[in-house]
Design a protein around this ligand. Structure first.
Ligand code: HEM
Length: 480
């Protein structure tokens, strides 16, 4: 055998050796949950459970797996092993009691940690950002934002006025999207956005592109398969190009004020442009789709449930009557609180973002979670668990009445997450939702354009949203 042939054989052996070792590694990697004694869908050796996620959408895949494997199971988001948890006691430990072990969120496939501010930051950086940003959501600050939101709802009402005169069905979801974008644009970015009055508004078109455009491409799945890809897709400078420089200018001004106050208090801390852009993106991503989705689900369910709709209108007429809706009276509607809670139970729009990553290996009620493991709080399954909720698929606001509320199992209702990393914008979002719906219902009724009982089709793109919008009619109504 000459030297050349020997070299070829050597290369071939090395080649097979590499392939074999890789194959053995993959088999070992994709048997993580077998070793942990956890059930879950069978992964493919190349893409984990990504094919099923791509085929059904993440929400539907999770619903199906929950039915098959119960409250705790393991699945592979591409290469990343994830433990899904829908057990209230274990969730309490992960989100609250043992928070020190779960300070980090699971990496988000589409964004490097630093690109999404508070939402994805971890450790010391997260703690600092959270303490800097928390004052922006104080009662005083939210009260100051009330007139801005109120003013934005004026535009929505004008649009609804036109629609009620036309007496034709229309998609109210896109109206709510424009509203929440204007609200976040003005309250968080300080921009004079006109998403509601100008369908070609630059801010609106860019953001719509970002959310629906990205979700229609395969980018997300590609990144799940090859995580390093995220650095090319979501490089921060690309986002600045998408949004223009305004958000940077605005946020610097907003946060400069907080930073100035903190400096006066002796706390030396300032944000770089990069951090400021990242925080502004967090607010945008967290506040726009989620809030418009909840408004849409609420509208849809009211149009299907005349008794609830009537009772809500009666409460609004009784408490507010012909007077103005203000910060105080909008919070004094106990039945409305029950309705909003029930909507958030049935449609936990942010179900898929309640995630954590374990710092150390520990066991929780017999479930071993190794260091580095990603955990997905399976909020949708939790909110639809028959052992926790009677007739979970039925819309029953009375579950949240003072009489029954106490019977709700703790940590079985998590629309805004829980613990130190729960939603920072919860009170802001609830105020926006309440103000919007109360102002609409003071003058209009929602009616369905058809008798179909078919529930809304949903799609998950970060938030869970109505796939084809919400078709509705609005009719003028008089005070009862
Ligand atoms: C109905 C509307 C909303 C819902 C259902 C919602 C829900 C959530 C959920 C479930 C989380 C994860 C909590 C956890 O992991 O425990 C979250 C985080 C977050 N939300 Fe919201 N959210 C809404 C509106 C908003 C708004 C309007 C803002 C800001 C203007 C906001 C800002 C944030 C931020 C910054 C985080 C990350 C907090 C952290 O990691 O420290 N959210 N939200």
């Amino acid at each position: 055998m000459n030297n050349n042939a020997k070299q070829h054989i050597f290369c071939l052996i090395m080649y097979f050796n590499v392939i074999f070792s890789r194959y053995k590694y993959l088999r070992w990697h994709f048997s993580t949950f077998k070793r942990l004694g956890l059930q879950g869908p069978q992964p493919s050796i190349i893409a984990g459970n990504l094919p099923e996620i791509m085929k059904k959408g993440q929400l539907q895949a999770m619903i199906d797996w929950s039915k098959q494997y119960g409250r705790i199971f393991g699945y592979y988001e591409g290469w990343t092993p994830v433990i899904a948890v829908a057990d209230p006691q274990i969730l309490r430990q992960i989100l609250v009691k043992d928070f020190d072990n779960f300070r980090s969120r699971k990496p988000f496939p589409l964004a490097p940690r630093k690109a999404l501010g508070l939402f994805l930051e971890n450790g010391h950086q997260w703690k600092q950002s959270r303490s800097i940003l928390t004052p922006a959501f104080s009662t005083g600050k939210i009260k100051k934002m009330f007139p801005i939101i109120d003013n934005m709802v004026d535009h929505l009402e004008e649009n609804l006025n036109v629609k009620s005169a036309e007496a034709k069905p229309f998609d109210i979801y896109s109206f709510y999207q424009s509203l929440t974008l204007d609200v976040i644009g003005r309250c968080a970015f300080g921009l004079q956005t006109n998403a509601q009055t100008d369908p070609k508004d630059e801010f609106l078109t860019n953001i719509r592109f970002l959310f629906s455009g990205l979700s229609k491409t395969c980018i997300l799945y590609l990144v799940m398969l090859i995580p390093i890809f995220q650095y090319f897709v979501f490089a921060l400078k690309n986002l600045v190009i998408i949004f223009g420089m305004n958000p940077v200018v605005w946020l610097r001004n907003q946060l400069r004020e907080i930073i100035r106050i903190r400096k006066e208090m002796g706390k030396q801390r300032s944000m770089t442009d990069r951090e400021i852009v990242a925080q502004s993106l967090t607010f945008l991503l967290a506040g726009y789709e989620t809030t418009s989705a909840v408004l849409s689900f609420l509208t849809d369910l009211l149009s299907r449930n005349k008794a609830v709709h009537d009772r809500l209108c009666a409460e609004i007429d009784g408490v507010i009557g012909e007077g103005h809706v203000d910060y105080d009276n909008v919070q004094k509607l106990p039945y409305f609180d029950m309705v909003v809670n029930e909507i958030c139970r049935m449609y936990p729009t942010a179900s898929l973002i309640v995630t954590r990553q374990a710092a150390e290996s520990r066991s929780y009620n017999g479930v071993y979670i190794p260091a580095g493991m990603a955990v997905q709080a399976n909020v949708w399954a939790l909110h639809h668990d028959e052992q926790l909720w009677q007739n979970p698929e039925e819309f029953i606001p009375e579950r949240f009445s003072p009489q029954y509320k106490e019977k709700i199992v703790r940590y079985s209702f998590l629309p805004f997450g829980a613990g130190p990393r729960s939603c920072i914008g919860e009170r802001f979002a609830l105020l926006e939702i309440k103000l919007t719906i109360v102002r609409i219902l003071k003058n209009y009724r929602f009616t369905r354009p058809h008798d179909s009982e078919k529930p809304l089709e949903l799609v998950s793109r970060g938030a869970i949203v109505p796939r084809d919008g919400v078709q509705i009619r609005v009719e003028r109504r008089c005070l009862s």
